[in-house]
Every structure is written in structure tokens, then in C-alpha cells.
Design a protein around this ligand. Structure first.
Ligand code: PEP
Ligand code: MN
Length: 255
């Protein structure tokens, strides 16, 4: 897969890292751990869209600077979220892929502006967005001039209460027919619990996902954001070869 100037040969592409950049030590340690585990792209939020205003909102500018440092030290490209036009100015200068979060999928002015940055964009599906709304959001970004849009399924709201959201894997074959964009699946935010992440990552690859995005933390119990769903680096190291093996087998099957 080609994303901007970066070429990735292994399938699926693995984007991994902490929910939020917390401090220099935490980020550099996880960056090294996910690189060693075989991840292709480092994720980490500097600007966090939190449901409660009392919760950690991210390190902002300092977080972006730390991501740039981790990029340099690990050699991994980075994906991080732009929350609004002010954060986009900082994020677009440092990130290899700009993330638009689920809560901003309908923010048309941000979509246009992100498109104008020319950077590849990871567009998360809004958790109550229909497929057409998601694809139209991608068109807004493309019209702005973005080189590439990756579509990320991260779970939708249903009546189910056993998981944080419901991972809509049935969207994958439909997306494959309806769009040419690479498909990313985020089992971390969809399930909301670490114990379910590996199973749904495998299911995503079996269903044809091109990439999987996974939250990882060296010490999930002390994470400032989404610790309950974070895998430990050792768990990621086991999971990545399984996903790569699975992708090879899936590629041999009749489409
Ligand atoms: C994230 O990836 O950090 C995030 C906040 O995800 P979402 O927008 O899918 O909730
Ligand atoms: Mn998170």
C-alpha cells in the first residue's frame, strides 16, 4: 500500500500507539515497542475529543512536538488527529497522516480544510453515520485536494450494551465494491475492552480490511485515556504476525 511517499509491503498495515500522547518517556517507549512488534505507523493523539470536559484533553502543541520526535527516533510515520482548524495547522506540519475523528466526520468546514492540507487523511466513520454520509465526507476531503483518504470503521451505536460500540464489519465488502479507498478497522474504540480487540482485529482482516488501528499502552492501568481498551506491547507482538498470516491466507481465497 502506498500512503503519500510511504510504501508499505506487508498486509495488513498496522497503525498502533497510545490513545493519547502523555509525556516524552511514555511516547518514546511505546513508539519503540510498537516498531519492534512490527507496526508500520505510530498513532497517538495530541488533541483529544473527550466526552467529558474534566477528562485529559491532550498535550496539544507539546504533544505534536513529541510525536515529531518519536517519528524521528523510531523512523515510523505518524497519524494524529486534528480537532479543528487551529489544531490542523500544527498537525498538518508534523503528521504523515491527518486523522479526522468520528465526532468530526460531519464537520464540513474541517473536512474541506483538511483536504487542502494535501496530506493523506484517515477519516473515521461517525458513530451514527450511514455509508453514503461517510463516503460523501470523504468526497469533501478529496475535493480539497487530499492525495489519499483512508476510511476507518470504528464502531457504530446500536442497542447492544456489551461493547462500547458495535463494530460494523459488514461494511467492508460493500466499501470494497463502492469505493477505492483503503479500509482501516479500529477494534479498540469499537469494543472498548482489551480482551475483545484481538478477536475483532482477526475478524476485520478475514473480512478484507487493508489496515488495522490498535491502541497500545505500556501500562494500561495508568493510561490517561482509554486504558481499558489498550493492548500491552507484548500482546501486539503476538497479534501482528497472526494478522499477517491471516491476510496471506485470505488473499488466496476466492474473492
Ligand atoms: C481516537 O482514535 O483516538 C479517537 C478518539 O477515535 P474516535 O474518533 O473513533 O472516537
Ligand atoms: Mn482512544
Amino acid at each position: 500500500m502506498q500512503i503519500g511517499p510511504h510504501r508499505f509491503d506487508a498486509r495488513p498495515l498496522i497503525l498502533a500507539g497510545p490513545c493519547a500522547v502523555e509525556d516524552e518517556r511514555q511516547l518514546l517507549e511505546i513508539a519503540e515497542a510498537v516498531r519492534e512488534a512490527g507496526a508500520d505507523v505510530l498513532r497517538g493523539g495530541a488533541f483529544k475529543p473527550r466526552t467529558r470536559p474534566q477528562d485529559f484533553q491532550g498535550l496539544g502543541r507539546e504533544g505534536v512536538e513529541l510525536l515529531a520526535r518519536a517519528r524521528e527516533e523510531s523512523g515510523l510515520p505518524i497519524v494524529t488527529e486534528a480537532l479543528d482548524e487551529a489544531s490542523l495547522a500544527l498537525v498538518e506540519a508534523a503528521a504523515d497522516i491527518v486523522q479526522v475523528g468520528a465526532r468530526n466526520m460531519h464537520n464540513f468546514s474541517l473536512l474541506k480544510q483538511v483536504g487542502r492540507s494535501g496530506k493523506p487523511v484517515l477519516l473515521k466513520r461517525g458513530f451514527s453515520a450511514e455509508l453514503d454520509e461517510w463516503l460523501h465526507a470523504a468526497e469533501y476531503i478529496e475535493q480539497g485536494g487530499a492525495s489519499e483518504v483512508l476510511l476507518c470503521e470504528r464502531g457504530i451505536r446500536t442497542f447492544s450494551r456489551h461493547s462500547r460500540f458495535t463494530l460494523d464489519l459488514s461494511v467492508i465488502p460493500v466499501l470494497q465494491r463502492r469505493s477505492r479507498h483503503p479500509i482501516v478497522v479500529d477494534p479498540s474504540h469499537a469494543t472498548g475492552e482489551a480482551a475483545s480487540v484481538a478477536a475483532m482485529a482477526r475478524a476485520a482482516v478475514a473480512a478484507g480490511a487493508d489496515a488495522v488501528m490498535i491502541e497500545v499502552h505500556a501500562d494500561p492501568d495508568s493510561a490517561l485515556c482509554d486504558g481499558v481498551q489498550a493492548l500491552r506491547p507484548a500482546e501486539l507482538s503476538t497479534l501482528i504476525p497472526e494478522l499477517r498470516d491471516l491476510a496471506e491466507r485470505v488473499a488466496e481465497l476466492t474473492p
